[in-house]
Design a binder for this molecule. Sequence first.
Ligand code: ZN
Length: 559
Amino acid sequence: MKRLTFFSIIGLLFLILYACDTTPQNSAQKPHYESPDLVVGLIVDQMRPDYIYRYWDKFEEGGLKRLVNEGYTFRNAYFRHLQTSTGPGHAAQLTGATPSVHGLIGNSWYVRELDRNINVIEDVDSGHQGVGSQPDYPGEKSPANMLTTTVGDELFMHTGERSKTVGISRKDRGAILPAGHTGNAYWYEGSTGNFITSTFYMDQLPGWMQEFNDRNLPQEYLTRTWDTLLPIEEYVESRADDNPYEGTFPGMDSPTFPVDLAYLVEEHGQGPGLLNATPFADELLFELAVAAIEGEELGRGDVTDMLMVALSAADAIGHRFGPASKQVQDYYLRLDRYMAEFFDYLDREFGMENVLIFLTADHGGAYVPEYMSDLGIPTGHQEFGVSAAGQVSSAVGDYLEETYGENFLLAFSNQNLFLDHDYIDANGLDHVAVQKDVKRFALSLDQVGGAITADALNNQEFTIGMRARAMHAFHQKRSGDVIVWLQPQTHGSGTGGTGHGSGWAYDTKIPLIFFGYDIPHGQSGHKAYVSDIASTVSVYLNTPFPSGNIGNPLNDFMK
Ligand SMILES: [Zn+2]
């Protein structure tokens, strides 16, 4: 009896100790209405989540491994929409919406009223000009086409306009869309190697940005040779360096290491834009991230600030060489080191418990279809080097000509067939009947994986599968008349290398990791969407959800 009592008391003590130990250390100091000093979004253009595990053994401890080992990973995270390109993807992250709501249905799309394609960040007839750019720079750029607010916009209004959001990227759209309507955006001008902006934001670059440009880092990087970080024979996770599936740098005969940048500059007249398809463009962006934090004093004031870092060298390298390449592997090994250094900086300056970080992507990417075809995987009866989307477009045009006596297809963009409504009306045709007719014909084509009419999307709700992804990509005022998607593993553009844009898993599945601040370590297999990021971050900021939000806070890890 005594013995039992003794052990019961010891057991109880252990229980109490255990309970004390698992109570969040900072729960007393961090009531729910507090918020982080700084939110940092790391958005890697074309990053597939499998890269983290594929190259795991070659990462150091402080970068991607630290995110996974200390942060919270969603292993089953997807885009909801099928037009998986940069513009729609970046908008989804911070609006919490899909193209059906935020209105960005592609990187560019056909506009009936203008009878031409507009770019996602083109601010038509705004008169805006480049700031810090060459005089002839086409500067009519802003987030005006994005119809809803972002997390940063809501934070700005919530704090009485004290909060700052800064978006930076090599790409204009990568900087402009994550910065929202009320933040500032800076992007790279390939012809000069400077970071620039537009008069939508300001009339003059801030002093810190001018100082950054004056450092001329791109000129220094252009004297380098891009060789593998580790001995190339250790890159066993990737296929042979010399192979027929990859594009080359202009001026090089083979898609192989090393890439002598100084030679390409001197002998082939390349400029600072050459860095775009090397990891050094993203090394430059991490330098700029620190300069932006220091220059804008982000995270130092009374309210939360946001820094959105869209790393897009990954996309250019992925397009040229594809996910199985040694170039992509080398990029991620270097990204890992850049991230580790950046995290060290945040540790020193803020303490990671005061910084909320999320890592995600704007879309995934496909293996080079020709490579898969040679492995015996079906690739949509594709003629390599020829655009499958172009073939569909001309076949539909021919069909209309034969059936109706005229080709009234205006455009095939972002998997949308735009028909001429005036022609349909003038000839007394029925819009829905024509849509169904075109859809039926499209389904007869070998390259086509599926199709749905605008009428079906206007009148029905789909919850799973490609029709649901088409629904989330379909904007009632901006989209076309028939949505046509290609077979899996089919390359839309036919320009060599590889691409993205489809609704298949390799394009829609992306990494999603939260780290720092109040985030515990863990992982979840629950389905999570990129459109859930905005409401999740909003909960940590105690701000209203963005105006078009359709996502839900990811509460797997919320205390
Ligand atoms: Zn891309």
